[in-house]
Write a new protein. Structure first.
Length: 400
């Protein structure tokens, strides 16, 4: 990827990773980017680095604009290795005594990652740094999504360098929202659902803090994916809406099956919910990545999970999904469990236990059917679906 000029003197100099398909358990079907930013003023600043293995591309991009050795200081908004992994090579190349600005928590995490005695400069929340005609302001965003995370704001250009917030795992040559269009929002939603949902209450507080500070934001530059220049308010509004976790008139049915009995139950339950005028997304777990399921869960009113019983336990893929989901702490959900079993049938009870741990409103006791659903079993699935659909309609009507 060639450097991209954002405005006069400010460039995106990061790299595209076309081939990454898994980002610590999150499916990246079309790759991602590791964005880094160069500001040329009286002092030349590099904001963030790239993942290890991409450092030479980063330095090559910088060299098309300026000799990298002329970089005066580096800002590390976030220590996670997809942004800091290239720091050892970059710091060695530009001069290891150059100042490296980071948050107070970054002062702890960066040396722990790299065991390097760099010229660390820890900053306070709201601290300013003059680099010439421009002023950089550092905003602490602890736990969005690491303890060390922060934003860097350029007041004169009204650019927010937002680290992992407002990003997407999206690889492409079109690097701005007005070039990609609304198609980017599905990637932004997936990114929020799988990385930031856990921190939704903190996001709402941060948005309120930014409003109180009356920051004028013309462009948002995240560390993954496209930059927002046409309507940066669009992604901010989306984050505020997603953080509220308002349930849509929608149900996700996530299930796995051994001999198709649980699948048959899922199909009948889905048909019955849909008959209530509810949007239904049946998702076979082995055919759907957990991060894609979680994206659908984000705005669903109901999460319906089906599992056969295997060795007195949940089917492994179902246990995996529930563990993943529980870690992201989705809220305002109805939960319903179902499954076929042979001789013991613990899976439904175990699903309900996981729902209870997530504070879901459980439709109890769930539905267990031994072996293959017969006529009565089919009717029981229809009844469960009708019950779920009715409850979804009641909840979403009450929230209008």
């Amino acid at each position: 990827m060639n450097p991209v000029e954002i405005c006069k003197g400010v460039y995106q100099v990061g790299v595209i990773d076309w081939n990454i398909r898994d980002f610590h358990g999150y499916s990246t079907h079309i790759g991602s980017t590791y964005n880094a930013y160069l500001i040329i003023d009286e002092k030349t600043v590099l904001i963030d680095s790239v993942k290890k293995g991409f450092e030479d591309q980063l330095l090559s991009n910088i060299s098309r604009i300026i000799d990298p050795k002329k970089i005066d200081l580096v800002v590390s908004n976030h220590t996670e290795m997809d942004h800091s992994g290239g720091l050892p090579r970059v710091m060695h190349f530009i001069g290891e005594n150059k100042p490296l600005y980071c948050s107070k928590m970054g002062l702890k995490s960066l040396p722990s990652h790299f065991q390097q005695k760099w010229n660390y400069q820890g900053v306070e929340n709201g601290q300013e740094l003059k680099i010439g005609k421009r002023t950089l302001t550092f905003l602490e965003t602890r736990m969005l999504h690491w303890p060390d995370s922060m934003f860097t704001y350029c007041k004169e250009d009204q650019i927010l360098f937002s680290s992992d917030a407002f990003g997407q795992h999206y690889a492409g040559y079109d690097m701005f929202d007005d070039l990609v269009g609304d198609a980017i929002m599905v990637h932004a939603k997936k990114y929020f659902a799988n990385i930031l949902l856990l921190y939704a209450p903190k996001i709402l507080k941060l948005i309120e803090q930014v409003r109180e500070m009356a920051l004028e934001i013309k462009i948002i530059c995240p560390d993954h994916g496209i930059m927002w220049r046409k309507d940066p308010g669009k992604i901010i509004r989306a984050y505020a809406d997603w953080s509220l976790q308002k349930p849509a008139k929608k149900a996700v049915i996530a299930y796995d099956t051994m001999w198709h009995s649980t699948q048959h139950m899922a199909d009948v339950i889905a048909d019955s919910i849909a008959a209530q005028g509810v949007d239904v997304r049946p998702m076979h777990i082995r055919s759907s990545d957990r991060s894609d399921i979680m994206t659908e869960v984000l705005d669903a009113a109901a999460v319906v999970v089906g599992s056969p019983t295997l060795n007195n336990n949940l089917f492994p893929t179902v246990a995996d999904l529930l563990t993943y989901m529980k870690g992201l702490k989705p809220k305002n959900k109805i939960g319903a469990a179902f499954g076929s079993y042979g001789w013991s049938g613990e899976a439904v009870k175990l699903i309900n236990q996981e729902f209870a741990a997530m504070n879901f409103d459980i439709i109890e006791p769930g539905l267990r059917i031994q072996y293959v659903p017969d006529h009565d079993g089919h009717k029981a699935c229809m009844d469960l679906g009708a019950q779920i659909g009715k409850k979804i309609s009641e909840i979403t009507a009450a929230r209008k």
